[in-house]
Design a protein around this ligand. Structure first.
Ligand code: FMN
Length: 214
């Protein structure tokens, strides 16, 4: 059996990144995956790459290691559509994974042609087993946002931008009124948050995040 280097190095788990148009996602997409062999075609074929990875990772790690999988619910230009992502979520949750992570970019967004229907998070919660931890990520900023997402069925909340500007963000969530300053941030604010000058420069590429950036 192959040894898992991450486990040997002391990590408690890994996340397979099947979202955001990276390689696994390219296999999953009906537009990006043009294969005509067992690795393409219907959802079973397009998800084989990810499913085989899950099996291999679990074989290498054994049961006492967290295995999470991140997927994108919708990327139309790649051929990732919600109905298939929900089906994929069910397939993955029937495998030996510990957590499903949906990367929504904006958890508050409505679903096309069903804007008043359930949130993305609730739709996934409804199809996966109740015991499967669900992580949801995208545009969370305040305690009220976090509370809302938990009410929609998320067990864990992923954050990027808010934690970059406010690295102590999780410590404040006990305060129901916590709603930290929003972008754009001055360069000084970000340097005070311990971002390196190089990272501050990089963050200027993110729209409206840094005063004077994009
Ligand atoms: C500076 C920065 C770098 C990111 N880099 C990656 C990346 O390399 N791969 C990725 O899949 N997502 C990346 N993301 C996207 C985040 O994982 C997250 O899905 C997205 O920012 C939405 O969450 P947020 O609203 O809390 O920022 C990045 C986000 C930020 C702000």
């Amino acid at each position: 059996m192959q040894q898992c280097v991450a486990k040997k190095a002391g990590f408690d788990g890994v996340e397979l990144h099947g979202a955001h148009s990276y390689l696994i996602c390219q296999f999953l997409g009906s537009i990006t995956n043009r294969r005509e062999d067992v690795w393409g075609g219907d959802l079973a074929g397009r998800s084989k790459f990810l499913r085989d990875m899950i099996t291999s990772v679990r074989q290498a790690t054994g049961p006492d290691f967290i295995l999470a999988v991140r997927i994108s619910p919708i990327i139309e230009k790649a051929g990732i559509f919600l109905h298939e992502s929900l089906e994929l979520a069910e397939i993955l949750c029937a495998m030996d994974i510990d957590m499903l992570h949906i990367s929504c970019w904006d958890v508050f967004q409505g679903v096309e042609n069903d804007e008043d229907g359930p949130s993305l998070t609730q739709r996934f919660r409804d199809v996966i087993p109740a015991h499967m931890p669900l992580v949801s990520t995208g545009a969370i900023w305040s305690s009220i946002d976090a509370e809302w997402l938990m009410d929609e069925g998320a067990d864990l909340i992923g954050v990027a931008r808010v934690a970059i500007a406010h690295p102590d963000w999780p410590m404040h969530l006990g305060d129901p009124d916590y709603s930290p300053e929003r972008p754009p941030f001055s360069e000084q604010h970000l340097l005070d948050a311990d971002l390196s000058p190089v990272f501050v420069e990089y963050m200027k590429r993110w729209k409206d995040f840094v005063v004077g950036g994009n």
